[in-house]
Design a protein around this ligand. Structure first.
Ligand SMILES: [Zn+2]
Length: 245
């Protein structure tokens, strides 16, 4: 039996772990970006609520000022209607006063609606402020955890890479380069065990001669279809135990 084949299986078992670690490393910044985007969206929503509340209050205030100005005008018109000697001029003044009263009534109604709206928006603003504070705390904690997690994962990756280099250190270069090329193509799945009479990678059935050569495990035998390196179930199981144990 060629012991180099076992070394390849060992290296590959580490590759599988490296793939998982790398995926976790890659997902951390993605998750951070997503959380930051949600936080920014919440802040934007709060800003909108604040702006709308401010605009509602300003508009309501404007309307009330207009009502006051009209009230003054109404008082003057009523006074001049009372004091006027000309009945038709008095009639015109009363008419104008009546039209101002109608406008005041409409504006006061609108001003009240705007005050109600401002009150609703105030509640919403306070509610959002609470959520923002909570989310900001979570985000800060996540950011510092991300840094620690990244550091830990990177250290683990480095350890595994060193271990992997030890495993393949004595594998002759033609075998090694076949393995590395396959590993780049199928990370963690360059070497596969036989499954009955077939390749454990793609399921292609082997001719008896190839099967015998895989069983002998004296050379590098590759699947005629997917070109993966084939080993026996026994070698596979033994190497798995070494790494896991
Ligand atoms: Zn195959």
């Amino acid at each position: 039996m060629d012991p180099n084949l076992s070394q390849l299986i060992l290296a590959q078992l580490l590759d599988k772990r490296l793939v998982v670690l790398q995926r976790r490393l890659d997902s951390l910044p993605v998750e951070l970006t997503e959380r930051e985007a949600s936080f920014a969206a919440l802040q934007a929503e709060a800003d909108e609520v604040i702006a709308e509340r401010k605009a509602s209050l300003a508009r309501s205030n404007d309307l009330e000022n207009q009502v006051r100005t009209r009230d003054e005008r109404i008082a003057k018109l009523e006074k001049s209607a009372l004091e006027s000697m000309d009945p038709s001029a008095a009639q015109v003044a009363r008419h104008e006063a009546e039209s101002h009263r109608k406008s005041n009534s409409d504006d006061q109604e609108e001003a009240l609606e705007l005050l109600d709206r401002a009150e609703t928006l105030e509640e919403k603003r306070d509610d959002l402020a609470g959520k923002i504070e909570e989310m900001e705390g979570d985000l800060t904690a996540f950011r510092s955890n991300v840094e620690q997690d990244q550091e830990d994962l990177q250290k683990e990756c480095e350890n595994l890479t060193t271990q992997r280099a030890d495993f393949i250190g004595k594998v002759p270069s033609p075998m090694l380069s076949a393995f590395e090329t396959l590993s780049a193509k199928h990370p963690g799945k360059a070497v596969v065990p036989l499954k009955g009479d077939s390749c454990g990678g793609c399921g292609t059935r082997l001719v008896p001669n190839d099967r015998v050569r895989v069983q002998a495990a004296k050379a590098l035998i590759r699947c005629p279809n997917c070109t993966r390196i084939l080993v026996t179930q026994e070698m596979w199981a033994e190497a798995s135990e070494t790494v896991e144990g």
